[in-house]
Design a protein around this ligand. Structure first.
Ligand code: ATP
Ligand code: MG
Length: 436
């Protein structure tokens, strides 16, 4: 009777478990987010590591800033009329009732940090950062809701050399990760406040005269931020923009001189660029230099790196007038273009056969790894499966440990490239692998 009860109980429990499992639906990943592994992760890491290395050559300090900020940090600095603030921010009230935003870009947060930590005393500061950002956009290739940027800023420098230095660094990065082919530096100046205001007025007049041909979105921009019509992705708008007034006719002498010094030093440093008089940046805070590195290999998502001078931003955040310049690049877009050579497999894979061998293998494995040898263990399945695993991992050596070998204090070492097999004393394995 007892046995029947137990069997009955076990069966019921199994049935219940199966039913519950069937009812649990695995949640999907959030739209516009990605899980990155294998080759894509290698490319991603290659971009980040190259950026970290190069930014050190240029004297930048890495900074970590929060992923969350008070909403006003972005609303005030990016401008209410920008796409990012008006449509793309992830904003929510936290449990204490504060309005919080997931950072959609780095510059505003770094500028906030500059002010709240009193970093003015260290100006000019060269800061670099990388990490995830969030924008509520329509996901497509090269455009995600959670994406990642590398970012470089020079805060507290009014000199055109700061702009040039950042551009030379960007150029070097793109070369070193091997994607400079087909990438062009598009450069423009938006002038100082005086030039920009005059140009703005001329643009309003021009677009007013053609308002019937403007897209609905650009009609909206006409009142709020006419410069951004030049940034429109609508084909009709783009055509209209070809004959729109250009900044050159409104530049003050100072603004002209500033731009000339930037372009001259780029030429001196051997950085190729083209002038793009229609280039404005999506955000409100830019002055003087504006630039984008654009590739012909990613279709509509062709801008891989963009930035410029944002002399007005820190004042908008309530700080003293502080000149600054910076750029940011989308890691995913860069990673899609890089070709990372395939990694070598591990130097050795251990194959222990039996419990005693397993203990010995754990000791050998730890020893190898502590000696900076890339090693792994195949501990599942029969011998054939384990050898297969070592081959799939592209290991150089398989170290096979059975009871007989163990009794002799030895292991069998098979070279998976040549097929040759030799015995090796267990306490000599580190040396053996190092020499192989
Ligand atoms: P776009 O015109 O493509 O929307 P943007 O002007 O909004 O770009 P920035 O704010 O200047 O872009 O960001 C700098 C870089 O970050 C871009 O050049 C791009 O490489 C990357 N980036 C921006 N938004 C996204 C996104 N949603 N997904 C992936 N990368 C992005
Ligand atoms: Mg955008």
């Amino acid at each position: 009777m007892m046995v029947i009860c137990i069997i009955y109980f076990v069966c019921c429990k199994k049935l219940l478990d199966a039913l519950t499992m069937a009812n649990i639906q695995t949640p999907n990943a959030v739209r516009g987010t990605q899980d990155i592994i294998a080759a894509a992760q290698e490319s991603f890491a290659h971009v980040v590591q190259s950026f970290e290395r190069i930014s050190r050559y240029y004297g930048f300090d890495m900074v970590q800033v929060p992923v969350i900020e008070q909403t006003s940090v972005f609303a005030r600095s990016l401008g209410e009329s920008t796409d990012v603030v008006s449509k793309e921010m992830y904003t929510f009230d936290d449990r204490g009732g504060d309005s919080i935003t997931l950072r959609p870009e780095f510059t505003a947060g770094i500028s906030r940090a500059f002010l709240t930590n009193g970093w003015q005393q260290h100006a000019p500061m060269k800061l670099s950062a990388h990490g995830p950002l969030f924008r509520y956009e329509r996901p497509q290739k090269g455009r995600y809701r959670q994406f990642h940027q590398i970012d470089a800023e020079i805060i507290g420098a009014a000199e055109p050399f700061a702009d040039t230095e950042l551009l030379i660094m960007a150029d070097q990065l793109l070369r070193e990760i091997g994607i400079d082919d087909g990438v062009t530096l598009n450069l423009n100046t938006l002038g100082d406040s005086e030039s920009r205001d005059a140009w703005r007025q001329a643009l309003i007049t021009y677009f007013q005269d053609h308002r019937n041909s403007l897209s609905k979105e650009s009609l909206n921009r006409l009142d709020r931020n006419p410069l951004r019509i030049l940034d429109s992705k609508d084909d009709g708008d783009k055509k209209l923009c070809q004959d729109a007034p250009i900044i050159d006719d409104y530049l003050t002498n100072e603004a002209q001189d500033f731009f000339a010094r930037v372009t001259q030093s780029l030429d001196t440093a051997g950085v190729d660029w083209i002038r793009n008089t229609r280039l404005v940046r999506g955000l409100d805070y830019y002055r003087h230099t504006a630039f984008e590195f654009i590739t012909d290999r990613l279709g509509a998502q062709g801008t891989v790196l963009g930035g410029g001078r944002y002399d007005g931003l820190i004042e908008n955040l309530g700080g003293a007038s502080t000149p600054a310049v910076g750029w940011a690049a989308g890691i995913e877009r860069l990673a899609m273009l890089v070709n990372v050579p395939e990694h070598n497999g591990p130097d050795a894979v251990l194959i222990p056969l039996g419990d005693r061998a397993m203990e010995a293998a754990i000791a050998i494995l730890s020893d190898l790894r502590r000696n900076y040898i890339i090693a792994d263990m195949a501990y599942k399945g029969n011998m054939k499966k384990r050898m297969q695993k070592a081959n799939i991992k592209k290991a150089k050596l398989a170290i096979i440990i059975g009871d007989d070998e163990l009794d002799r204090g030895e292991a069998a070492v098979k070279n998976l490239v040549s097929g040759e097999q030799q015995s090796c004393k267990i306490d000599m394995i580190v040396d053996y692998v190092k020499k192989s």
